[in-house]
Design a protein around this ligand. Structure first.
Ligand code: NAD
Ligand code: ZN
Length: 371
């Protein structure tokens, strides 16, 4: 049965629906009737899997449609690619009434969203996420960006989609490692914001990994919670920063691995270390840390792998993170499963290097029994 959520930002007119169901790419009820010019932006893999069929359905409607695609993967999310795609759209005379359909994973969503934000000073777009990570995370909240040689996601804009279309059928073709990649982002939201969903995840881990009904419940809960968080803080001035839990260390690991570690997997290691930091600082109980680490291990996050990284390099990179202030890394800390530590509207804190070192070694020495 179709589920619909509405993202309605507090103190702002911004509002858009999220439709979740199987088969939404075959039933185009969500496409506003008045749109006459459509640009589908996708990557080469998703083009073959889904975009060509979508193009065919749209061509039947006699609208003006252009399909653009680029090589799959993070490397394409850059200035040059943005420029190339924009030139093609301009050369086909799409004007400011054109609509972009961002069909693909987070890479497509980020670059297509950023093109929408700047094309003719901003045009409408629809997010159609096809990876689990994009469904539960990147397609919601209006963050768009490209990478530069100096770092990831450094140039971009807040630009909200006019709707988000989540066709759960797309998960059927998604490789297992990308499924886990997205599951970890969903789990992160539960760890910081919803104990009940964390417990549901714990109980149903096998069904979730096998893509059974429980996985749809997880997806729906994660989307609902992410929407709730971003609507309270449209531009990441306060509450929204809790979504960065696990990301201070996670981003550094992602960079050091030269992006061989998938984002969600790197965040999984980040969650381990940042939960340990919270425990060392006396905020998180040992029992809660144990539950978090056990669940992550079941998702293939093996603490010993951290030993292959140089801690000093990690610390140096965390100080360059775009969330760092005056070169001091900021950490979101946990109080217990489902609750983060905060002081009024401050949600991220400095942590002394020696605590980070202690946490890192404690985690990397941990056996699979979690001791
Ligand atoms: P991705 O877009 O590279 O997709 C991963 C791979 O899966 C690609 O090879 C893609 O071609 C393939 N793919 C996509 N859908 C598929 C399907 N249904 N079946 C089979 N294969 C499919 O990566 P991602 O993990 O979706 O997203 C990562 C990106 O998202 C990063 O650039 C990250 O910075 C960004 N991100 C943005 C936000 C945000 O708020 N804007 C949040 C989190 C992450
Ligand atoms: Zn993330």
């Amino acid at each position: 049965m179709m589920k619909t959520l509405v993202v309605k930002h507090a103190n702002s007119p911004t509002s858009y629906p999220i439709f979740i169901e199987q088969g939404l790419l075959k039933n185009l009820f969500w496409l506003p009737k008045h749109i006459q010019q459509i640009v589908i932006i996708t990557d080469n893999k998703v083009k073959k899997l889904y975009a060509q069929n979508l193009l065919k359905s749209l061509q039947k409607t006699k609208k003006k449609v252009l399909l653009l695609s680029f090589p799959s993967g993070e490397k394409a999310k850059n200035y040059q690619m943005k420029h190339k795609l924009e030139q093609k759209i301009l050369s086909k005379h799409f004007d400011r009434d054109a609509f972009i359909l961002a069909l693909g994973g987070g890479v497509v969503g980020d670059i297509a969203g950023f093109i929408a934000a700047t094309y003719m000073r901003g045009i409408s777009y629809i997010q159609i996420p096809t990876t689990l990570l994009a469904m539960v995370d990147s397609s919601i909240g209006g963050k768009t960006s490209i990478n530069t040689s100096l770092g990831k996601n450094l140039i971009g804009a807040f630009w909200h989609p006019s709707s988000v279309i989540i066709d759960l059928h797309c998960l059927k073709t998604l490789p297992q490692k990308h499924l886990i990649n997205g599951l970890i982002e969903a789990l992160k939201i539960f760890i910081i914001y919803d104990k009940n969903s964390f417990q549901f995840f714990e109980k149903n881990i096998h069904d979730i990994l096998n893509g059974e009904a429980a996985s749809h419940q997880i997806i729906f809960s994660a989307i609902r919670l992410k929407s709730q968080i971003v609507t309270q803080d449209e531009r990441e001035k306060h509450l929204r920063s809790i979504l960065n839990f696990g990301h201070t260390i996670g981003h550094a690991l992602e960079t050091l691995s030269n992006y061989r570690l998938l984002h969600g997997i790197a965040v999984g290691y980040g969650i381990l270390v940042e939960s340990k930091i919270s425990e060392i600082l006396g905020m998180l109980s040992r029992a809660d840390y144990f539950k978090i680490s056990q669940l992550l291990m079941k998702l293939g996050i093996h603490p010993k792998k951290l030993k292959t990284f140089n801690l000093q390099k990690i610390i140096a990179l965390t100080q360059l993170d775009k969330k760092a202030k005056e070169e001091k890394a900021k950490y979101v800390l946990l109080k217990k499963i489902g609750k983060i530590h905060h002081k009024s509207k401050q949600f991220a804190f400095d942590v002394p290097n020696k605590v980070i070192e202690h946490a890192f070694f404690a985690v990397s020495e941990m056996t699979n029994a979690g001791k």
